[in-house]
Write a protein of this length. Structure first.
Length: 448
């Protein structure tokens, strides 16, 4: 038997069924034999006691009495053996034996009080006494033994029949049960399929297929995101590299005849290098955040920290930042991550809002959470772009190529918000502009 077949569902089900049938048959057979044997033994004992009672009522005091009893009784001499012991003083014969009894009494060995055996045969022994005469009766148990053997053979034959027919039932049943799994296995081996067939039954396979399909969808989505990420990163790096390369070649060709080319190209090279450095820094930060960077929570006064962060970012924005919120607000979070999120949101507002407009930063709090909202007075966000705004390298068609950016800032902010056990959302304001809202727990759960 091959290892594969030995571990197949058919073989496993067959082994378990045979083991179960064997155990049930053994227990049922044992219970049946004990019940039938007990009943037969009880009947033999009852009949034997009745015969002894009849012997006690029949006084056997002489040869004539013994002959009369022998002619008139209906006992089977091959199964019943009688020994009469006459202890009366005037008795001429002390012992009378029915055929075979004398030999039996000499060779029988006691097992219990009433059960004796001689060789392979068992006997029930009982006795009685009346008027100085002692009566001993031996009853052969061969007939009950034959009945028990017949019962045991019948049960064994039934077991053999069930075990013999089991493969004819188990194999189709196993094939029926495993057919959906085989279908799933074949579909999984086809690399072109992105979804496995979902059988209606059995329920376990149906649920398994749905779980696999959900996992496959997540894996394909993740692979697609990674492919787009690599493609976009290469594209973003290609532009500054091409610019640097063109200026280097320009210097190589003309620096001898036109030394001023060096001073003219260096600012461009420096600018593109700074862009590349910024992009690489953002890619590294995004990679570390994907690897679930460890947070370092500490208790901070959020309003005091936001005041410092706003002052730092105000120097880089032409818009005026207005901050409102409670006077003090204690939270436990990672201030470095939170500062980076706030900086991304303020920088994003500065890109798209008019220079003479206002950016508002509003803080609200409950017992368990705090919300930081950054709103601008810009043109707002195209509704088609809203679902994709936190995707890596995503930039709306209206701003692509017109406003500088890599499309990573909001993706990084959203990922850092997740690490802080919070959520970053965006919506257009009815009065114009966009509002980004960061919702964080008041206390960061370090065990999460």
């Amino acid at each position: 038997m091959s290892h594969r077949f030995y571990n197949s569902n058919s073989a496993i089900l067959l082994r378990y069924l045979v083991a179960l049938v064997t155990a049930i048959t053994f227990l049922f057979g044992l219970a049946t034999v004990l019940a039938v044997g007990s009943r037969l033994y009880s009947n033999v004992a009852s009949n034997a006691e009745e015969v002894v009672k009849q012997l006690e009522e029949t006084v056997i005091d002489s040869d004539r009495d013994w002959q009369n009893w022998g002619q008139n009784n209906s006992l089977n001499p091959k199964e019943n053996f009688v020994h009469v012991i006459n202890n009366r003083a005037h008795a001429k014969v002390k012992n009378y034996y029915s055929p075979g009894t004398a030999r039996l009494t000499k060779r029988a060995t006691a097992v219990t009080r009433h059960l004796y055996h001689r060789g392979d045969d068992f006997y029930y022994r009982t006795s009685g006494k009346a008027a100085g005469i002692h009566y001993v009766l031996w009853v052969s148990l061969k007939a009950p033994e034959d009945v028990l053997k017949t019962v045991a053979i019948t049960i064994g034959a039934c077991w053999l029949l069930v075990v013999g027919l089991a493969p004819l039932y188990i194999t189709p049943l196993a094939d029926y049960l495993t057919k959906p799994l085989l279908t799933l296995n074949r579909a999984a081996k086809e690399k072109r399929t992105k979804q496995l067939p979902v059988p209606a039954r059995p329920t376990e396979v149906h649920e398994l297929a749905e779980s696999f399909n959900q996992l496959l969808a997540e894996l394909y989505e993740k692979a697609d995101r990674e492919q787009r990420f690599v493609s976009n990163a290469a594209h973003e790096l290609k532009t500054p590299i091409a610019t640097i390369h063109s200026h280097v070649r320009l210097i190589e060709r003309h620096q001898a005849a036109h030394p001023e080319v060096v001073s003219q190209s260096l600012p461009y090279i420096n600018q593109e290098t700074a862009k590349m450095e910024h992009l690489v820094d953002e890619l590294l930060l995004l990679a570390r955040s994907d690897a679930a960077m460890a947070v370092q929570p500490q208790e901070v006064d959020l309003m005091a920290a936001l005041t410092d962060w706003v002052a730092t970012n105000q120097a880089h924005l032409s818009q005026q930042i207005e901050m409102t919120g409670p006077a003090q607000l204690a939270v436990t979070t990672d201030p470095a991550y939170l500062e980076r999120i706030v900086a991304v949101l303020l920088a994003n507002a500065g890109k798209y809002a008019p220079a003479n407009s206002q950016v508002t930063l509003t803080v609200t709090a409950t017992k368990k959470a705090v919300a930081i909202a950054v709103a601008d007075q810009g043109p707002g966000i195209d509704p088609a772009d809203l679902p994709h705004l936190f995707e890596r390298f995503y930039r709306g068609a209206a701003v692509r190529g017109t406003i500088a950016g890599t499309g990573l800032g909001l993706a990084i902010a959203s990922r850092l918000a997740s690490l802080l056990q919070g959520k970053l959302t965006v919506a257009n304001r009815p009065e114009g502009g966009a509002r980004f809202t960061l919702i964080l727990p008041r206390t960061l759960d370090q065990a999460a």
